[in-house]
Design a protein around this ligand. Structure first.
Ligand code: GLA
Length: 376
């Protein structure tokens, strides 16, 4: 009898969550297309108490859209992405993806752990980028609809087998997206491994606060709570230096329009063809301290970033070149999106002085990053 009652309440709750006939927060699931191997992909729409929507797919655990109001209440989808699963599988640039096992680059695709040298696929010139060609962004994750603190939430899990893409250890990864009533998308990450390994996860969402496909992001006013960057060589691998940025075009302690200094002949801007750098955060892994923000003056839309991570890759879409068509049919041109990728520093396994990215057997990797949307 008890079990029957439990089952009935569970069914009722699921019906409320799934049918969308209730007011307030809810999640719906729909088909998002098929991968080349025939596997079906789903898309989940998380609706918060105010009725604002975030869509997430289990293909690459990607954020597909975030619709938020401007200062007059006008909605726009502020993230770059494709129309369906087929678009993502054929596409490029890691739009909205969870990236792993190692976000950003590992020099020459090599690192040594416990005296063993591991070799990764080279998918970015002479380096390994974003976990390799079949990294977490290109995997189909399991998805479970849950509610977390009464907010709609999607829990995605993935098992990465030992030596996948050359990384040691069977790794179990969980990424939970929670869409709160105050338009904050919270991303909680967890990972464990049965062997010592390296782990650096991020989300590669691209923002354009004017709305995706509506031009470049050069007018966005950016703040980054950092006093230093990890400068890079011509292959975008950190030199190992922590370079103070006071008085340089990388000083974003005071919010500044991206376009104001991006064209300066500063060595790191020339190397990155714009901003494509890891900023060393002042936030001391404290998720309650503002790490970065972007404000778009015409709409007033703002995104604030909070994270437990020591770094943020600030990337201004310098590799976008108009050959990708977005979900609304508009091309994504040079610098049409910006990323704040919370992370450990790039190539940490080859830089012992950087915060470690080693995940020891039996330990738990955790990360929380929040993207919060407001309009001013
Ligand atoms: C990161 C890198 C960039 C680029 C993009 C993906 O932001 O730092 O150099 O590879 O990912 O296109």
């Amino acid at each position: 009898m008890k079990n029957l009652i439990r089952l009935a309440s569970f069914l009722l709750l699921s019906a409320i969550l799934f049918t969308g006939c209730s007011k307030g927060p809810k999640i719906t699931k729909e088909n998002f297309g098929k991968l080349k191997d025939g596997k079906e992909v789903s898309i989940f729409t998380l609706v918060n108490e105010k009725g604002f929507k975030v869509r997430i797919t289990n293909y690459g655990a990607k954020i597909v859209s975030i619709e938020v109001p401007d200062r007059n209440g006008k909605l726009a989808d502020v993230t770059l992405g494709y129309k369906n699963a087929e678009g993502y599988e054929a596409g490029d640039h890691y739009f909205g993806s969870i990236v792993g096992r190692y976000a950003n680059r590992i020099a020459k695709g090599k690192f040594t752990l416990d005296s063993v040298e591991y070799k990764l696929a080279l998918n970015n010139g002479s380096n390994s980028l974003h976990g390799g060609p079949t990294g977490f962004h290109s995997q189909l994750w399991n998805a479970e609809v849950i509610t977390k603190d009464n907010y709609p939430s999607l829990k995605l899990t993935y098992h990465s087998p030992d030596m996948q893409e050359g990384y040691p250890g069977n790794m179990d990864v969980t990424v939970t997206y929670t869409w709160t009533a105050d338009n904050a998308l919270k991303i909680d990450y967890e990972a464990t491994s049965d062997k010592n390994t390296v782990c650096n996860l991020t989300n590669h969402v691209y923002f354009n606060l004017k709305g995706e496909g509506n031009g470049d992001i050069l007018d966005h006013q950016v703040m980054i709570n950092a006093d230093a960057i990890t400068p890079v060589d011509t292959t975008l691998i950190p030199t190992g230096e922590l370079r103070p940025i006071k008085g340089t075009p990388f000083d974003f302690l005071t919010a500044t329009a991206i376009g104001k200094r991006i064209g300066e002949k500063y060595d790191q801007l020339l190397t990155g063809n714009g901003y494509d750098h890891n900023f060393v955060l002042n936030t001391k892994n404290d998720v309650s301290v503002l790490a970065a923000s972007a404000y778009e003056p015409a709409s007033g839309r703002t995104v604030e970033v909070y994270t437990t991570e020591p770094g943020i890759q600030f990337y201004t879409g310098n590799f976008l070149k108009g050959d990708q068509t977005g979900k609304a049919g508009k091309p994504y041109n040079f610098r049409n999106g910006l990323c704040f990728e919370a992370q450990k520093f790039p190539d940490s396994p080859n830089h012992p002085a950087f915060p470690t990215a080693e995940l020891k057997k039996g330990d738990k990797y955790t990360q929380t990053t929040i993207y919060k949307f407001t309009a001013k």
